[in-house]
Write a protein that binds this ligand. Structure first.
Ligand code: NAP
Length: 296
């Protein structure tokens, strides 16, 4: 069987696309590796998505998933490992299956990156985290570090400041990249100490748990946890041979969100663009789906 469209990734971009595709009469299939909602599941509060004055990430993810079920959009929890081409048919391979479609939309998002320090990966879940919402409560009343100077680091530091005793907010430059409104809020928090022009150069552990971070090779700060928010890497390994990504692995798309391979689209955090927001991801998914549904 050949689907009209296969949507890879059930984050906001993928689900928005699926809603439009299904309502246009497309025979659509969604594939997801982990959990519907994607990175939204890790966001504490969303206050800039129209229609919701304030909603938690997991609640928005749940509502998206409910909509998928209500519309009876078929989905499978399988990780895509490769996409190949057979003339104009796209062959989507997962570990155990192969699916075919006329069009595919890649909406697999990005994963958080780490600092690349020795012991960092083995300490994930033992003091090192990239998800304040998932792990913040484990460090209630403890002293912790948050690394990064963008919107994610500052927003998550604000969330954590209501749980933990003290935060060292560690940033490599002397000014933040984050929006000024977040910077102002950070400065009002008495339990956040900003460490400008600071790099974590090594980690210290005891019995397999993080015990301290060392800044600029000299200053040791005892902490129970380090939350890393230094950006994200796109998840496009499974299309690396198709020549549709840039050097950093982001999909290059045109104004219809189509790559240079006709019938392969991209939407959300995975594409080269200027604004990485929930509302833009939804719009991109919808625009791509309207385009490929009309081509049917
Ligand atoms: P980002 O904007 O790319 O910021 C990454 C931060 O990490 C930068 O401050 C960067 O420092 C620092 N950094 C990068 N590599 C580093 C390294 N090796 N060591 C130490 N520090 C390092 O990433 P983000 O904050 O995750 O945001 C990603 C996108 O999502 C942005 O477009 C952002 O606006 C958006 N976002 C929006 C919201 C919101 O609207 N509320 C919330 C979260 C994210 P430099 O500044 O020195 O480069």
């Amino acid at each position: 069987m050949t689907y009209d469209s296969i949507i890879i990734g059930m984050g906001i971009a993928g689900i928005s696309a699926a809603i439009y595709a299904k309502r246009s009469g497309n025979n659509v299939l969604m594939l997801e590796k982990m959990r519907p909602g994607g990175i939204i599941n890790t966001i504490d509060k969303i206050e800039n998505y129209p229609g919701f004055k304030s909603i938690t990430g997991p609640d928005l993810a749940f509502q998206l998933f409910e909509q998928v079920n209500e519309l009876k959009i078929p989905y499978k929890m399988e990780e895509v490992i490769e996409v190949t081409l057979e003339n104009n048919i796209k062959v989507v391979k997962t570990k155990d299956h192969e699916y075919r479609a006329l069009n595919i939309l890649i909406a697999t998002g990005r994963s958080p990156i780490l600092l690349g320090l020795p012991k960092e990966e083995e300490l994930i879940g033992k003091g090192i985290s990239t998800c304040a919402l998932c792990d913040g409560y484990l460090y209630k009343e403890k002293e912790i570090a948050v690394v990064g100077g963008g919107n994610s680091a500052l927003q998550e530091a604000l969330y954590l400041s209501n749980i933990v005793k003290k935060i060292y907010l560690i940033h490599r430059r002397d000014e933040f990249r984050a929006d000024s409104s977040l910077v102002e809020q950070i400065k009002t928090k008495e339990n956040i100490e900003i460490c400008y022009t600071s790099q974590v150069t090594s980690l210290e552990e005891e019995n397999g748990e993080l015990k301290a971070v060392v800044l600029n090779e000299t200053e040791k700060i005892p902490v129970s946890a380090m939350f890393v928010y230094i950006g994200y890497a796109p998840k496009t390994d499974f299309v690396k041979d198709l020549g549709i990504t840039n050097q950093a692995g982001y999909l290059e798309v045109n104004e219809n969100y189509e790559t240079k391979v006709p019938g392969i689209y991209g939407a959300g955090d995975i594409i080269v663009k200027k604004v990485y927001q929930i509302v833009t991801a939804a719009s991109e998914g919808a625009t791509a789906a309207i385009r490929f549904s009309r081509k049917k």
